[in-house]
Design a protein around this ligand. Structure first.
Ligand SMILES: Cc1ncc(COP(=O)(O)O)c(C=O)c1O
Length: 417
């Protein structure tokens, strides 16, 4: 069981707030670096291993740059994500471009950057060739459909998911790609999301390595890169444990030896494209209690809302809350902790036991580093908050300023009213 702690004391936090008004997201650089090193170490046995960070989780170029310094690449799914990666110095095959329903200009940009292009459908081969030309290295996304159990509210069951190719299509697609001039081949899947059980990832490796062997036997195509996708979960609840990355690494190693090395298909490059587990636990949404309201239930109204972190609102997800300076007080009050949107699901917590909260208290919402700021929106005219980076020397860098009303209204021409 992991105790939920903060990377700053209450005094340090109040000093940060004095410079940077709440709400804001703050990321712990040192913890992100240490965590990513653990992931890379778990796969250090592999002939070649790459983590392509899922940019959608935390699309900030300063985060991408620090990850690049650790040897991490980028998993991009849109033009904007490709540009962010380029700005952070991640280019060439350090980018894997996994999109779906893709506009032509995105393929053009991905080709221009030399990214590994991972196609979501067999029809995309002609489309890519027509609009951006056929690359030498091409990858396809596999959807096992009913052959694989798994999935959850975030990602859906494989057979209900819109992504990827069937096995039969995959075999045909590699042949087509070879006929069009491709010489190097990758294989990708993404069937798990926020999963804490390491066995699921080892099962994915079994599925993918069997497929690599099958593709080779059926059409003589030798896959050089296998990307297992992301999906490693994080312990949002204090009673949950983080995934043991060594267990995944060693489990995949055993399967690699049994299936890939034993079939003479080594070396095979391995990859993951985790987002959540890289930044999620190391980002915090810092907010203040603005109002208290007592009707049928007791409410604490914050200066943050679902526009800053929508996971609790849309998935009912648990995000731990620390009331700064009250960590050791008894949890003897029950609150719904709300934002100000005109939506009743704008609640960070429902029936949560917390210490007594007073107006002006600072609340820190944990595990907001992935799919937090990234999923922000402007409904009700809410402005997106700033993103800060807590550096290893405890200094704070603004890595994205807060939006202003001018930003919000930038697309409106009031003079023509
Ligand atoms: C294609 C793809 N890769 C990687 C990820 C990252 O997943 P996670 O943040 O759960 O690791 C996602 C998440 O939506 C995805 O759609």
């Amino acid at each position: 069981m992991a105790k939920k702690t903060l990377p700053f004391s209450q005094t340090e936090l109040e000093e940060i707030i004095a410079q940077h008004p709440t709400p804001f997201h703050i990321y712990d650089e040192q913890a992100i670096r240490q965590n990513v090193r653990k992931l890379l170490a778990a796969f250090s046995w592999a002939p070649s291993f790459k983590e392509y960070f899922a940019v959608k989780a935390t699309p900030n170029p300063y985060i991408l740059k620090l990850l690049r310094e650790e040897g991490v690449g980028a998993d991009c799914s849109s033009l904007a994500e490709l540009i962010l990666s380029e700005k952070a110095g991640i280019v060439g095959e350090n980018i894997m471009f996994t999109s779906n329903d893709t506009p032509a200009e995105e393929y053009v940009k991905a080709r221009q950057l030399g990214a590994v292009i991972n196609l979501d459908d067999i029809t995309q081969l002609d489309y890519l060739e027509k609009h951006a030309g056929m690359p030498e290295l091409i990858s396809f996304r596999y959807n096992p459909g009913p052959l694989r159990q798994g999935g959850n509210a975030i990602i859906g069951k494989p057979e209900d998911a819109k992504y990827g190719l069937t096995r039969q299509q995959l075999i045909a697609a590699y042949k087509m790609a070879r006929d069009k001039g491709a010489k190097r081949f990758g294989l990708h899947t993404m069937v798990i999301s926020n999963e804490l059980n390491p066995a699921f990832f080892i099962e994915t490796a079994v599925m993918m390595f069997d497929l690599v062997v099958g593709i080779y036997r059926e059409n003589g195509i030798r896959i050089e890169l296998v990307n297992f996708g992301g999906g490693i979960g994080i312990p949002y609840r204090p009673e949950q444990d983080a995934v043991d990355l060594e267990v995944i690494g060693q489990g995949v190693k055993k399967v690699y030896e049994e299936k890939i090395a034993a079939s003479g298909l080594a070396p095979l490059e391995l990859a993951l494209e985790c987002g959540r587990m890289i930044t999620g636990p190391y980002g915090y949404l810092v907010t203040k209690a603005l109002h208290k309201k007592e009707i049928y239930k007791n409410y604490i109204g914050l200066d943050a809302c679902m526009a800053n972190l929508m996971r609790p609102g849309i998935y009912g997800s648990y995000h731990h809350i620390t009331v700064a300076g009250k960590e050791n007080l008894p949890l003897d009050h029950m609150y719904d902790v709300t934002g100000s949107l005109c939506e009743n699901n704008d609640k960070f917590a429902v029936d949560r036991k917390l210490p007594r909260i007073d107006i002006g208290d600072t609340l820190v919402i944990h595990d907001a580093g992935a799919h937090g700021h990234a999923m922000g929106f402007n409904y009700n005219g809410k402005l997106r908050s700033a993103e800060l980076l807590l550096k290893p020397d405890k200094s704070v860098q603004v890595i994205r300023r807060a939006e202003t009303l001018d930003d919000l209204f930038a697309t409106l021409d009031f003079s023509r009213l």
